[in-house]
Design a protein around this ligand. Structure first.
Ligand SMILES: Cc1cc2nc3c(=O)[nH]c(=O)nc-3n(C[C@H](O)[C@H](O)[C@H](O)COP(=O)(O)OP(=O)(O)OC[C@H]3O[C@@H](n4cnc5c(N)ncnc54)[C@H](O)[C@@H]3O)c2cc1C
Length: 511
C-alpha cells in the first residue's frame, strides 16, 4: 500500500493555509511560511519515524545506580532527543516570547506558534505535551520576572537544543485532580527558599529540568486560596540532585512515549514564584496555555485522521467502486473533515485572542471572550477528537483496528485529551462560572452576531436560562450549554471564512 500521508502536511491543509492567509498580515505570513513549509515536510518524514521509535522504546526509569544510591533518572530513546531538538530549534515555545519575533509579528506570534505546533503534533508521540507545559511555565515566569525566574526562562525559551529545558506542571495529588483545593503537599520555609513535602500523583514529562508545583505553605488556609506556586528544579543550585523520588512511571492507555511519573517530594528544594497568595491564579494562567495546546493537538489529531481516511478511501475498492465514490462514505468523510475545520478555526481564534492579551492590545471584551472560549474550546475539541479518530479508524474497516496502521495509537493518544488539563465536566462548570460574570454573555453574543453565526439564538437562550437557574439545574445543563455555544461559535467562524458548515453530526453532544 502506498503511503497515505501527503508530501507536505502544510501544503496539504487548505484550511490551515486559509486561516493564516486571512488572519495574518501578509508580511507575517511571508516571514512564517518557510518554517511552516519545513515543518509540513518534516511532519511526514523524519518526525513520524522518530515518533514511532519513541513509541517502540518508551522512556524507562533508572531509580538506582549500581551502588544502590537513588538517581531517579529517566532514560529516553535517542529519537526523543531528536524531537526535543526540533521543538527547540523551531521555537515551538520561544516564538511568542522572543523580542525580535514580537517586534516582527506582534500579537500574531501566537497564531504562527499554534500553526507550527499543529503541524508538529500528530507525528511526534505526544512531545507537544512537554512543549505545552514549558510554554505555560515560561508565561508564568515571564510575568513574575526577576532573579531565578529570568535564568530559568532563558532556558525554557532557548532555541539551542543544548541549552533548552522543559518544564513539568505538578498539581494533581492522589486525593484529587479536579478538586485541586484538596492539595496536601506542604511547603516549609527555609531562609530564602522552601522545602516541599508530600506526593504528586501525575507528573508528565517527568524527565523535565524544572517543574512548577502547587503546594500549601505551613499555616496557609485550606482550599485553593492557600495554595502557592513553586519552582522545583531537578538539580539544586549546588548541583546535587533535588530531594524528590520518582516512585514509578505510570503504565498508560496512550501517551506511552511521554513518561508520566508519581513523585514523592522529600524536602525538595523549591523557590516561591510570585506572591504566595496568587499560586492558584498563576497556575490558572499556565492552564490557559496548556489548554490551548490541548486544542491544537485535538485539531491536529482530527486533521491527521481525516487525511488518512480520505487517502485510504481514494485507494480502497468495495462493490466495484472506490470508497470515496460511495455517497454515504463521502458523507462520513465530509462530516469528520467539518469537525476538523471547525476545531482549527476555533483554536486559532483562541490563539489570536491570547496573542492580543499578551501584547496588551486586547479589549476587556476580548479578554472575557478568551477566558470563556479557552474552556469551551478545550472541552469541545478534545471530546470531538476522540469521536473523529474513532470514526476515521472505522473508515479503514478491519485494518483500522490493526496496530501497524497507526490508527489505534492515534485513538489511544486522543483519549487523554478530554481528561488532562481539566475534564469535560470540570470545564463545562468553569464555563458556567465565567458566563455568570457580568458582560461575558454579552461579549459572546456580540462575537456570534459579528460572525452571523447560525444557531446562535437557541445557544444563547440556553446559556441565559442556565445562568439564571438554581445551582443543581445549571450544573446539569452545563455540558449542553457548553456544546451548543461552542458549535454556534465554530459554525460562525466557518461561515465567516466561506467554509461549508457541517456541524454537529458526530460525537457525544448531549441531547
Ligand atoms: C496521562 C495523564 C497525564 C497527566 N499528567 C498530569 C500532569 O503532568 N500534571 C498534573 O497535575 N496532572 C496530570 N494529570 C492528571 C489530570 O489532570 C487529572 O487526572 C484530571 O484533572 C482529573 O482529575 P482526577 O484524576 O483526580 O479525577 P477526578 O477529579 O476524581 O474526576 C473523576 C470524574 O469526576 C468528574 N467530576 C469531578 N468533579 C466534578 C464536579 N464538580 N461535577 C461533575 N463532575 C465532576 C470528572 O469530570 C471525572 O469524570 C494527568 C492525567 C493523565 C491521564
Amino acid at each position: 500500500m502506498p503511503s497515505l500521508l501527503p508530501e507536505n502536511s502544510w501544503r496539504a491543509d487548505p484550511t490551515l493555509r486559509a486561516v493564516l492567509e486571512s488572519w495574518l498580515r501578509p508580511q507575517t505570513l511571508a516571514w512564517a511560511e518557510p518554517a511552516l513549509i519545513e515543518m509540513g515536510r518534516a511532519a511526514v518524514d523524519e518526525l513520524p519515524a522518530w515518533g514511532d521509535a519513541c513509541e517502540r522504546q518508551p522512556a524507562a526509569l533508572r531509580a538506582f545506580d549500581g551502588w544502590g544510591d537513588r538517581i531517579d533518572e529517566v532514560i529516553y530513546p535517542p529519537a526523543w532527543r531528536e524531537l526535543a531538538a526540533v521543538a527547540a530549534q523551531t521555537g515551538l515555545v520561544a516564538v511568542p516570547f522572543e523580542t525580535q519575533t514580537l517586534a516582527r509579528a506582534g500579537a500574531e506570534a501566537r497564531l504562527v506558534q499554534a500553526a507550527l505546533c499543529y503541524l508538529f503534533a500528530p507525528s511526534t508521540a505526544t512531545y507537544l505535551c512537554p512543549v505545552a507545559m514549558t510554554d505555560g511555565a515560561a508565561r508564568v515566569l515571564a510575568d513574575v520576572a526577576g532573579g531565578a525566574a529570568n535564568e530559568v526562562l532563558r532556558h525554557l525559551i532557548s532555541r539551542d537544543p543544548a541549552m533548552a529545558w522543559t518544564s513539568g506542571q505538578w498539581m494533581t495529588e492522589r486525593q484529587g485532580g479536579s478538586d485541586v483545593g484538596r492539595n496536601a503537599v506542604v511547603a516549609k520555609r527555609e531562609g530564602d527558599h522552601w522545602r516541599l513535602f508530600g506526593q504528586k500523583f501525575f507528573c508528565s514529562n517527568i524527565g523535565c529540568e524544572v517543574a512548577l508545583a502547587l503546594a500549601r505553605p505551613e499555616h496557609a488556609p485550606a482550599g485553593t486560596r492557600g495554595l502557592a506556586l513553586f519552582l522545583v528544579p531537578r538539580d539544586r543550585p549546588d548541583g546535587r540532585r533535588n530531594s524528590y523520588r520518582i516512585d514509578r512511571l505510570k503504565d498508560k492507555l496512550g501517551t506511552r512515549a511521554m513518561a508520566t511519573g508519581e513523585v514523592t517530594l522529600d524536602g525538595a528544594y523549591a523557590e516561591l514564584v510570585g506572591e504566595a497568595e496568587r499560586g492558584f491564579a498563576q497556575m490558572t494562567a499556565m492552564l490557559n496555555i496548556t489548554r490551548l495546546h490541548n486544542a491544537v493537538t485535538a485539531a491536529a489529531t482530527m486533521r491527521r485522521a481525516c487525511m488518512l481516511a480520505s487517502a485510504y478511501a481514494a485507494q480502497r475498492e468495495a462493490f466495484d467502486r472506490k470508497l470515496n465514490q460511495h455517497p454515504l462514505h463521502q458523507e462520513v468523510l465530509e462530516t469528520i473533515a467539518g469537525q476538523a475545520d471547525g476545531a482549527l478555526y476555533l483554536t486559532m481564534r483562541m490563539a489570536q485572542l491570547l496573542g492580543r492579551i499578551e501584547t496588551k492590545e486586547a479589549t476587556s471584551g476580548e479578554a472575557a471572550l478568551f477566558r470563556l472560549g479557552i474552556a469551551l474550546t478545550k472541552l469541545y475539541t478534545a471530546k470531538q477528537a476522540v469521536a473523529v479518530v474513532s470514526e476515521a479508524l472505522e473508515c479503514f474497516g478491519g485494518q483500522g483496528y490493526m496496530e501497524d496502521t497507526g490508527l489505534p495509537r492515534l485513538l489511544r493518544d486522543a483519549q487523554v485529551l478530554p481528561i488532562w488539563e481539566g475534564t469535560t465536566n470540570v470545564l463545562a462548570l468553569d464555563g458556567l462560572r465565567v458566563l455568570r460574570r457580568a458582560d461575558t454573555l454579552d461579549c459572546l453574543a456580540a462575537e456570534l452576531e459579528r460572525l452571523d453565526a447560525p444557531e446562535r439564538r437557541p445557544a444563547l437562550d440556553a446559556a441565559h436560562r442556565a445562568v439564571r437557574a438554581d445551582t443543581d439545574s445549571a450544573e446539569r445543563a452545563a455540558r449542553q450549554v457548553a456544546f451548543a455555544l461552542t458549535e454556534a461559535w465554530m459554525s460562525g467562524l466557518l461561515q465567516a471564512s466561506g467554509t461549508s458548515v457541517r456541524l454537529p453530526g458526530i460525537g457525544l453532544r448531549p441531547r
